[in-house]
Write a protein that binds this ligand. Structure first.
Ligand SMILES: [Zn+2]
Length: 338
């Protein structure tokens, strides 16, 4: 691997945040605990790993001057030294990672991790602890981690990543330097996706990108799973349902147990309601019942948000009933404001 290649970030849209990290590092004001927050599928954990690799590397690369000479130590790993090889093999003794599919991160995981934090470095000058999906920390685990965050050790960095900061204890977030990871340059994301999957028309990209809430890795996953056909089929069903030509039962069957169509439904309905809200505003002075229509649409918005919070996250026997109840409410409400 050549040195230019090893500098590269895993995803091009991470460039602005990586530059910001490098500048902070070079200014000597780097915080010992970082919290990377952003959409699922934006590459937060990949960013944490890139940073951790830079911390471990014995020959870190920085920005170069116009002659190509290295003028300052940066965060780009060389990819070739012993530390880099160990890191890439997942065997670096000075790097510990908590990243698994378990529903929660328990106090035992954190106790083992903090024992590592207070141990001695073996190869690198620093030690790094990475915690992916930090929102899975149980309260006891979060409290166990708190002590480590409050009493930082020299040359130890703790890198947390999470999809939703609101699910973390405020005592944790207040002790971390928070960075929001986003993909703002959609042209860059489009080009990256084209490189991954080959041909991709822009309209399809725009539809999926909006649906993903601007999470490129989510879009890639959907493209690889051929979700496009599903989008087209369900969008047709949704249109029929809106006009009363598809029953609530049929729509419920299409939605039940399918997180993707549920997300699509939410997206299509919110878009529809948004259009209705604009119309309600326009006719407000003319129509006698405009105020009632407005209230009805607002109520639907609230119901959808509530359902997204509860229904999309809580698995249980009542999910089917909750979904059917919601569809009945939405259908009757939509009839009133059509
Ligand atoms: Zn290296």
């Amino acid at each position: 691997m050549d040195s230019t290649q090893s500098h590269q970030l895993p995803f091009p849209w991470l460039n602005p945040v990586a530059q910001q990290l490098t500048q902070t590092w070079q200014s000597g004001r780097f915080h010992h605990a970082m919290l990377f927050e952003g959409q699922q599928g934006i590459g937060k954990f990949a960013l944490s790993r890139w940073l951790a690799n830079g911390f471990m590397c014995q020959n870190p690369q920085g920005p170069h001057d116009t002659q190509g000479a290295l003028y300052t130590q940066g965060l780009g790993a060389c990819g070739q030294c012993k530390s880099c090889l160990l890191f890439n093999a997942g065997n670096h003794p000075d790097c510990r990672t908590i990243d698994n599919d378990n529903p929660s991160i328990g106090v035992d995981d954190i106790r083992q991790a903090t024992a590592f934090v207070y141990s001695k470095s073996q190869i690198a000058q620093r030690r790094v602890l990475l915690i992916n999906k930090a929102e899975k920390l149980t309260e006891a685990a979060a409290n166990a981690l708190l002590k480590t965050l409050e009493e930082p050790c020299a040359n130890v960095f703790i890198l947390l990543s999470c999809d939703d900061r609101a699910k973390l204890l405020p005592t944790i977030t207040s002790r971390c330097f928070k960075m929001l990871v986003t993909a703002t340059d959609s042209g860059l994301v489009y080009q990256w996706l084209v490189n991954q999957v080959g041909a991709l028309d822009e309209a399809t990209f725009n539809q999926l990108y909006t649906l993903s809430n601007k999470a490129p890795l989510k879009v890639l996953e959907w493209l690889q799973q051929n979700k496009l056909a599903e989008v087209e089929q369900f969008t047709g069903q949704f249109g029929q349902w809106l006009t009363g030509n598809l029953s609530n039962v049929v729509l419920k069957n299409a939605l039940e147990g399918n997180a993707f169509t549920l997300l699509l439904f939410h997206h299509l309905l919110i878009n529809h309601l948004r259009t209705r809200l604009v119309n309600c505003h326009e006719v407000k002075r003319q129509a006698v019942n405009a105020g009632q229509q407005f209230a009805a649409v607002q109520q639907l918005f609230d119901q959808m948000s509530q359902f997204s919070r509860d229904g999309l996250q809580i698995l249980g026997q009542n999910k089917s009933l909750a979904l059917f109840t919601l569809l009945n409410q939405v259908a009757s409400c939509i009839k009133d404001i059509r």
